[in-house]
Write a protein that binds this ligand. Sequence first.
Ligand code: IVH
Length: 669
Amino acid sequence: MNDREKLNALLAKIEVANSAYHERDAPEITDADYDALRREAEAILAEHPEWREDAKALSQVGGKPAAGFKKMTHRTPMLSLDNVFNAEEFEDFVARIRRFLGLKNEALEFVAEPKMDGLSISLTYEHRKFARAATRGDGLVGEDVTANILTLESLPRELPKDAPDFIEIRGEVYMTKADFLALNASQERQFANPRNAAAGSLRQLDASITAQRKLSLFAYAQGETSVSVAQTHWDYLDTLRRWGFAVNPLSRLVKEDGAEDFQTGMGAQRAELPYDIDGVVYKVNDLALQNRLGFVGRAPRWAVAWKFPAEKASTVLEDIEIQVGRTGALTPRARLKPVNVGGVLVTYATLHNEDEIARKGVRIGDVVELQRAGDVIPQILGVLKRGEGQPFKFPDHCPVCGSLAVRVDDDVVRRCTGGLICPAQIVERLIHFCSRGAFDIEGMGEKTVREFHDAGLLRSAADIFALPVHEAEIAGREGWGEVSAAKLSAAIAARREIGLARFIFALGIRRIGENNAKLLARHYGSYAHWKQAMLAAQMVGSDARLELGSISGIGPAIAQDLLAFFAEEHNLATLARLEAELRVQDEQAAAGIDSPLAGKVMVFTGTLSMARPEAKARAEALGAKVTESVSKKTDFVVVGEDAGSKAKKAVELGVTILTEPQFREMAGL
Ligand code: IVH
């Protein structure tokens, strides 16, 4: 698999895991495996930042709010934490903070708190009275669980006089190990672990059920507040304690070099604690520094979760299954004799590719060692005991359509050559076409696509738009009815207009993820222009081919894939049919954030009072693009002290020069 495919595979798994965990309270993989997927994806993104935009699953914090609860929009988003797994990674985290803030010698102080394995909650108090509670949901919109939270005895219903008029307090609802065991013993339905039990108990539409379950609460974070109540996180926790909240008594203030000892100590204590923890959260103590550090994506720069390492396990490799993806990639995965690792059953592990199987020498029937550590998970480390099996022969034919499967050049991935005669590829492409970043057709998820494909209703993407014609037939299918069929027709009709970038992405051309699709859309502007250029570019040496090669971000391999797509007669036929069904809108200029810096190209030079990474992050948060060198395209050059050649160049080119105070004013700092 190449990196892009690896990334796509990881993102797909992360998305499935996100929804299993957050929407159904029924995780299918362990937290450690989940973290590992994320880290593997992050590692690829570190090499290919241009793919970041495609990685929505990574910034998706929780699940969609469950239907049935009233939705509640968080005034400030409820975000997540980045993870580290060892001292070195923790040091990197600290170093990043120091660099961001431009710190010289002074040691940073952190509050170390056990990382509770429960579910996060936001508690709002108005005029010192408990007003409402919401779950995290997707981070922006959660579920209103006020009635359920009111069943917690430990919840302060009122705050003392020194509390602000409006304050939102965040924390974790959890179930103790003892309460979890008692609950499982008392009923047929078995929860897999205390976290699921807590989530399942809190998210009951009937709050009287919540009342029968024993739930506990630790408060640990700030949401919005009308008046700030502390200058350090430590004092904030103290204030919460004074107001009657349960605050974890094991939390401590540590200096940056004291974290490792704390981590070791907590790890040793973990098994004896009355509740599950899966690591320690380290938060910068000084709230003014927290504020300056801010957030990137889904997580604060000022905090990190240092997770405990995961265990190893051994089990029998029962089979090596080959899956066929959208671009025909044959991907092996290990089916394992289910093994309990850290309380969760693991049944599958990745085997990456053909070479990896050979390198590890794993054979069906072997006893293999698994690792659920930070990098690649569940990962097979190697063979512990040889079984009866023969060396695994990777198929040279597609297991789904029987076409030849080949490795081209030095690609590690073997691909089915069946193209659109391969049902696996057809289905995967259709799934992709309907998926969120593409046509985003509600109700056309993986299951429905497969169902319609198998029923002969769907062969190519254009067939999707003919589905409303078959509405009556669909309504008559098992599991469907008039209402759901009509809803689907409406969802399809709503997507007959689509932006160019989404459209290009939806086509599922190899290596054209959301980001590359955007680059193409921005460059060519309209569907007609793009298509015409792609057809003209088929000719070697044509202007159109040179133009394609000149688009920044579109390398030769990507260009090759695009041309290959347009060289296929059946793709052109599909496009022609889609053209008849759709209106592809021209690409608009990137929608600007409401800031004088939005969409501007900026360069910082010289010494500023804030460290360069902070300045850059501030500008980018307001929609600016920060570059290193001054050119005619530069809109602003912000000059600090001792600015040199860049400032000079700006003058020469007539680029607007800003002083730091001017920049701060524009940025609202
Ligand atoms: S602070 C912006 N502190 O871990 C930072 N989170 O992986 C907000 N968690 O969503 C989180 N114990 O549900 C924080 N002492 C603690 C925590 C904690 C558990 C959970 C929380 C959060 C998740 C992030």
